[in-house]
Design a protein around this ligand. Structure first.
Ligand code: 3PG
Length: 389
């Protein structure tokens, strides 16, 4: 087990120590800059509390927010500070710069919780720069990585930093790893996977790994049209990944892989003037597939009834347009009532669950998109490899 080998909070001493805590507070913001979904913030609160219970004298929190190119007011951590104050009811001191950090850092008597400015305002972060990591490390005695969503990135605050401080993972990373490992290594069966999304290329390694572990693997989303095309069907204007057609053809030989038999098609994905439900052999040249049809949706719902474990990654339709979100939403609502252990594998799917207010109805909703994808692919996470004992 990967998790067994990684250093955890219980392996380090926190008594009177200043702790540098990397979180993934990269939350979605609306056009006014307000937080749309604070799930990731809430999920790291336990670690902050736990560190104080272990005797930490100060917790210095750092995260990235968005993908800014240098300083960008829109992505300042002020909005995170305000949310943290609301959620913890504690005083939080936020620093506006990471320059001369040692000099501006308040001591633990002045501030128990400090929040640093957006790491991605500094190019050292994404370059995994040693000097950047060193300057961060100078303000603390111990480092904790609780940023599960960033563990697939080789960035300074999750990778290089571990060279300069005694380091371990936090409770959220531990929980995520433990759930994914148990699911993949000893699931209760039947074990089914639902893999959606538009980019076949990114899902191929996941399908290849999961197909050996699950009893059935249901495909949905824009990527399914490549599978139809290689079977000789006309797919009209639907997504087609020519570069992966050979791989798609090979995968079709595996009888665990199940494709929808009917789909919802339209003439435009954003402003359709017509849309209808057809079997997959009836897609006209001027239309594109955007959701799973009712017959296939009912079939999936029925099949899921006997499952003991289900993992879902990626929407099964073009959910950005409510006209094509029906299959994704209906299936999520059904699974929320299921007796099975349902694990929602991060990214867009977790975001939809949060929007539907169904988070507490599932066994686990992951905080990591790309990171959970890597675990489903069966590969390690680059930022955790450096924390192996
Ligand atoms: C995420 O949202 O998946 C993580 O915060 C990583 O963000 P990134 O994809 O911009 O590296």
């Amino acid at each position: 087990m990967y998790l067994d080998k990684i250093k955890k909070i219980k392996d380090l001493d926190f008594k009177n120590k200043k702790v540098l805590l990397r979180t993934d507070f990269n939350v979605p913001l609306d056009k006014n800059g307000s937080i749309q979904d604070d799930f990731r913030i809430k999920e790291s609160l336990k670690t902050i509390k736990h560190l104080f219970s272990k005797g930490a004298s100060q917790v210095i929190i750092m995260s990235h927010l968005g993908r800014p190119q240098g300083f960008d007011k829109k992505y300042s951590m002020n909005v995170i500070r305000d949310k943290l104050i609301k959620l913890t009811a504690k005083r939080i001191v936020k620093l506006d710069t990471l320059v001369d950090l040692e000099e501006i850092m308040p001591n633990s008597a002045e501030a128990k919780i400090v929040l640093l400015e957006n790491l991605r305002f500094y190019e050292g972060e994404q370059n995994n720069d040693d000097d950047f990591a060193k300057s961060l490390s100078k303000v603390a005695d111990v480092y904790v990585n609780d940023a599960f969503g960033v563990c697939h990135r080789k960035h300074s605050s999750v990778h290089a930093i571990t060279r300069y401080l005694p380091s371990c993972i936090g409770l959220l990373v531990e929980k995520e790893l433990s759930i994914f490992e148990n699911m993949l290594e000893s699931p209760n069966r039947p074990f089914y996977a639902i893999i959606g999304g538009s980019k076949l290329e990114t899902k191929i390694p996941v399908i290849q790994n999961l197909v050996h572990k699950v009893d059935k693997l249901f495909l949905g989303g824009g990527m399914i049209f490549t599978f139809y095309k290689v079977q000789g069907y006309s797919i009209g204007k639907s997504l087609y990944d020519k570069n992966n057609k050979v791989m798609a053809k090979m995968m079709l030989n595996n009888e665990k892989i199940i494709l929808p038999k009917d789909v919802i098609i339209a003439d435009d994905k954003d402003e359709p003037s017509q849309f209808l439900s057809v079997t997959i052999d009836k897609i006209p040249s001027y239309m594109m597939g955007l959701d799973i049809g009712d017959e296939s949706l009912s079939y999936m719902i029925k099949e899921m009834k006997d499952a003991e474990t289900i993992v879902w990654n990626g929407p099964i339709g073009y959910y950005e347009n409510p006209l094509f979100a029906k299959a994704t939403i209906t299936l999520l609502k059904e699974l929320a009532k299921s007796k099975a252990k349902v694990i929602i594998g991060g990214g867009d799917t977790s975001f939809i669950v949060e929007r539907l207010n169904l988070k507490n109805d599932f066994y686990h909703v992951s905080t990591g998109g790309g990171a959970s994808l890597k675990l489903l692919e069966g590969t390690g996470l680059v930022a955790l490899d450096v924390l192996i004992k």
